[in-house]
Design a protein around this ligand. Structure first.
Ligand code: SAM
Length: 276
């Protein structure tokens, strides 16, 4: 059965309210219900723009349940808007399940463009924007985070992470260990009064942050793995890399694994060169 009602997925400001688009304001004023991550946050936004609509909460813990409510409203012919606290619903925010279900049930889904933290950060980073991988938040547990970073070590795309300020130093230290000393950019407080981009190598940024701890919202942009590193390494350079890592405290087998992963040389070859 085809329905005329629509789920509008509306992006909202990531800090600067001047970035609320006229289209987003019109859609929020025209729909019958707004489903939002946090009703207090959305109420503030609506008040600012003179919008008065019933709000229903849709967050990560009730998204499965709320989806049925949203489907009911759409079946009654009511248009619904879906917003998160900031940026796009579904981008490190709830929304994905509601959107998938509405598509499955053949409702119209229309996305209303707006700000997204990682797009600003990537474009302002000065790093390669042609191919990128948006990862979102890394796991908070060290072991799981290291595992994910090891998997990403060979990836040649620019890597994008969201991170909380209290974990940034720990995450950068893990990145230095797993990805080595690449170029990165920390984009902080985007679109807000204290917006700032810190650009440099991982080591340089760790030094700056250790001296001046960061506050506010943060995106980390990391240069992708370089193909040429792999092609230009001589046997002696491979041995040097392993020795350097051992000097920094790694065991021989750990260092061999790292060099093999980072420079895409077979582990057996690194092992053979090192032990020859
Ligand atoms: N849905 C949002 C989007 O489209 O970008 C992301 C929401 S996620 C829960 C929140 C994270 O996004 C923050 O921890 C931070 O990493 C990043 N973020 C959001 N707003 C930001 C801003 N103004 N400046 C820098 N990073 C921001």
């Amino acid at each position: 059965m085809a329905y005329n009602s629509t789920l509008y997925v509306v992006a909202t400001p990531i800090g600067n309210l001047e970035e609320m688009t006229p289209r987003a304001i019109r859609i929020l004023s025209e729909v019958e219900i707004i489903a939002c991550e946090d009703t207090r946050q959305t109420l503030k936004l609506c008040k600012h723009f003179g919008i008065s609509k019933p709000l229903i909460s849709c967050h990560e813990h009730n998204e499965y349940y709320v989806v049925n409510k949203i489907i009911e409203y759409l079946q009654e012919g009511k248009d619904i808007a879906l917003v998160s606290d900031a940026g796009y619903p579904g981008i490190s925010d709830p929304g994905e399940k509601v959107i998938a279900k509405c598509i499955e049930r053949s409702f119209n889904v229309v996305v209303i463009s707006g700000p997204c933290a990682f797009v600003n950060a990537l474009v302002g980073s000065g790093l390669d924007t042609s191919h990128f991988l948006f990862y979102g938040f890394l796991p908070s547990k060290k072991g799981e985070r290291t595992k994910e970073l090891t998997k990403l070590a060979k990836n040649e795309n620019t890597l994008i992470f969201y991170e909380a300020p209290h974990r940034i130093l720990e995450t950068l230290q893990d990145m230095k260990k797993e990805l080595h000393n690449r170029k990165i950019c920390i984009a902080r407080e985007l679109t807000k009064k204290f917006e700032e981009y810190l650009r440099g190598t991982i080591e340089e940024i760790i030094e700056r942050i250790t001296a001046n701890p960061l506050k506010g919202e943060i995106v980390i942009i990391v240069e992708g793995s370089k193909k040429e590193d792999v092609e230009t390494l001589t046997d002696l350079e491979i041995i040097d890399k392993v020795n350097n890592l051992i000097e920094k405290g790694m065991s021989a087998s750990e260092a061999i694994r790292h060099v093999s992963l980072t420079f895409k040389v077979k582990k057996n070859d690194v092992y053979r060169l090192f032990h020859q």
